[in-house]
Design a protein around this ligand. Sequence first.
Ligand code: DCP
Ligand code: MG
Ligand code: MN
Length: 360
Amino acid sequence: QRSRDPPKGVNLNAHITDKLEDLAEIYDKVLGDPYKAKNHNLAANAIKDLPFKATRIEQLVDPPVIPAMASKRSTVRGKINEILTTGRLQKLEELKRNDRVVAVRELTRVWGVGEAKARHLFNVGIKTVNQLRARQMIGLKYFDEFDQRMPREEASAIAGYVERAARRACPGCVAVAAGSYRRGKPTCGDLDVLISPTREWMTAESCGSLGDGRGGVSTFKDILPTVLAELRGKGVLTDDLSVGKDSYMGLARADADADGGGGMGVVPVEPARTHRRIDVKVYAPEELPFALLYFTGSGYFNRSMRYWAKRRFGLSLNDKGIFRETSNAASKVTDAEIDDEADVFEYLRLKYVAPEDRSV
Ligand code: DCP
Ligand code: MG
Ligand code: MN
């Protein structure tokens, strides 16, 4: 060892490695993509051990500090070059401001919430500690009620309220109870309702020919808030768990009309007073067959269907369509004329399975 070498363990290149490590941590922990983080960490570790302070990319690529950096197309090499020439790393700055990153970092500050849990919370619409707190409080408040499944008659009654509210908001729309209810189960863990306007309604909307006093809301994005407002007003919805643009999770009660006016000696029928979990989602007409298929389940049935689509055709199936994955992006399959669930089965060369038979 040469005498002017620094003692081992001293990092002369923190100006590079701090940024690389920050970025790797975001990729791995916050976004859950360890594969993307790998080369950034490998490069950072190699650069930390260098006996000199690097100022030009040439010092790091010939020979390369890690094999991947031998290539001019190496993304890590590009990033290090950016740090060396500009002193900044735009991707890192961008990610630090990213909604998902900000939310996951905030949520993991809560005791008991790790990165995986925080990512899941973000995916279901919980982005702040306050939202998480509200949800936990509700979970505790109704702990005993959430243990019970509701009889399908009760699910049907709640679905009826949602359907009437949806029809008022958006005349002619479809409002359908999916999930275990649609599979014909005698009891349901929650109620999953899908709302979708007709194609005609969408066309009229885009032509700006609605809002002429024949009822309904004027644009697609107004449907969910309008339906929710009416259901809250009626006392059907009692608490929100998460409210998104086109997706709602909350609590509902079937005996809403009877509530409050009971008066002396009137004891409400106990089972109907129970708070039930409800999910409401709004989809565009062309997405409805896929959404219906997805939310009818069962989860196991969905997984086997997705597995088939992937293995047999290389296609991926979700609640919005069928997609063909190319090397960098997924593009929606548009060659199929899909009007209902049966068309999806046919497109995938599968025999149609009725909802009641999808509980396997
Ligand atoms: N689903 C899925 N994958 C998930 C979650 C849900 O494929 N990770 C689909 C399949 C489910 C449907 O959404 O059948 C509805 O989800 P629920 O959790 O409401 O499940 P079910 O309605 O089937 O059963 P439960 O009676 O418990 O509500
Ligand atoms: Mg359900
Ligand atoms: Mn559900």
